[in-house]
Design a protein around this ligand. Structure first.
Ligand SMILES: *Cc1c(COP(=O)(O)O)cnc(C)c1O
Length: 397
């Protein structure tokens, strides 16, 4: 390997190692369920986004197999050339109906959706006003657009208003106000009723990224806009198919006009191949299940589990921060202690990944745990008992 490259890589990795920030991949050999196999261990899984157990839902697997047998394993092209299958259109129609919007457009991932939208809509003459804890894909999209970025303190409405004033004073072409619906590392919900009002009064375009609210919040998991009953008040909704919906992909839910524009200008749409038939068919089934009594039941169980688990953690004295959803961080602070806690739990049979800088700010390291509808009470008790023992041993509680 060329010397310059090798030195660059080694010095960077060494620094990460010294700061206890090196990531090691955990390799799973079982289905993504409430328990997973890693190496020769069977572990209780508190680290996945598989909120409703859809990753292994039999009806979704069946849909994927049938579509694959009928249509093949790949789509063959980007959407705008020869990669738009009837199934893609069917999924988009299903999602539009579910989200109660005029139109939706599916991208290869939630990440690609945010990049595609923000880059296509904004230019260097525009301003983006963004929550300080917004997802990395929003930040990356904002950077690609070359618009000026103003960051407001997390969910601080006074500070948001100040930034909107600042944005207005810059006399930009457009202002985009963008927030996560549910924040991915803290599990709190954006104060959308206030945000909608501010967006209206400053004539800012409002975009809400509902990756962690899809399938979790609102009626049948319709998301944060439905949760607050703000239909028609948010210009651009983003959802992911990769979390509660159990497959892979992202989508924008908005007007037909916006969707048509993104077909022309959304770069992931133009330059990256579309979903294979199996994934699309499984996702259509996922949306149908969400709308059914089974979906409702799973979401209820998810929330019951959340209340139970969070309640017991609080009684034990763990700091779960400002979580309001099934994303439940156990905030530790020091990266090395968070890692040690995670490693010791792993030895005890609990898979709860530690999350450190750059995914969360320095000094805010945590275990980020997510309960799912498929965890039984016994599963949760197993995890909680181990957390109590190990947490005490390490002086965390
Ligand atoms: C996970 C996540 C994404 C990315 O979604 P993928 O489908 O995994 O690419 C985007 N935004 C937020 C807020 C997320 O939590």
């Amino acid at each position: 390997m060329k010397n310059i490259l090798e030195m660059f890589l080694m010095s960077n990795l060494k620094q990460l190692e010294e700061e206890n920030l090196l990531t090691y991949l955990k390799v799973i050999s079982s289905p993504q369920g409430p328990w997973v196999d890693i190496g020769d261990r069977r572990l209780l899984n508190l680290s996945s986004n598989n909120y409703l157990g859809f990753n292994t839902h039999p009806l979704m697997i069946k849909s994927a197999i049938e579509a694959t047998e009928k249509l093949g394993v790949g789509s063959g092209a980007v959407r705008t050339i020869a990669g738009t299958l009837q199934l893609h259109m069917e999924l988009e129609k299903e999602l539009a109906h579910f989200k109660q919007v005029e139109s939706t457009l599916v991208f290869q991932s939630g990440y690609a959706t945010n990049l595609g939208i923000i880059q296509a809509l904004l230019t260097e003459n525009d301003v983006i006003v963004s929550d300080s804890l917004n997802h990395a894909s929003i930040i990356d999209g904002a950077r690609l657009s070359r618009a000026k970025i103003l960051v407001y303190q997390h969910t601080d409405m006074e500070n948001l208003e100040e930034k909107l004033v600042e944005a207005r004073n810059l006399k930009p072409g457009k202002v985009l106000l963008v927030t996560d619906g549910v924040f991915s590392m803290d599990g709190d919900i954006a104060p959308l009723p206030e945000i909608v009002k501010l967006a209206d009064s400053f004539e800012a375009i409002l975009m809400v990224d509902d990756a962690h609210s899809s399938g979790v919040l609102g009626r049948n998991g319709r998301g944060s806009i439905d949760h607050f009953n703000l239909h028609g008040r948010v210009d651009i909704q983003v959802g992911t198919l990769s979390k509660a919906l159990g497959t892979m992909g992202g989508y924008v839910a908005s007007s037909g006009l916006l969707v048509n524009y993104l077909i022309q200008r959304g770069r992931p749409m133009l330059f990256s191949t579309s979903h294979p038939p199996g994934v699309v068919a499984a996702t259509i089934t996922a949306v149908k299940i969400l709308k059914s009594p089974e979906g409702e039941h799973l979401i209820n169980t998810l929330w019951e589990n959340t209340t139970y688990y969070k309640g017991r953690l609080a009684i034990m004295g763990f700091n779960t921060g400002i979580s309001q959803t099934p994303i439940i961080p156990i905030i530790i602070g020091e990266a090395s202690l968070a890692r040690e806690f995670s490693q010791k739990l792993f030895q005890e049979g609990v898979f709860a990944q530690s999350i450190t800088f750059p995914t969360v700010p320095r000094g805010k390291a945590r275990l980020r745990t997510i309960v799912t509808a498929t965890h039984s009470r016994d599963d949760l008790d197993f995890a909680l008992n181990k957390m109590e023992t190990v947490g005490k041993k390490l002086g965390i509680i």
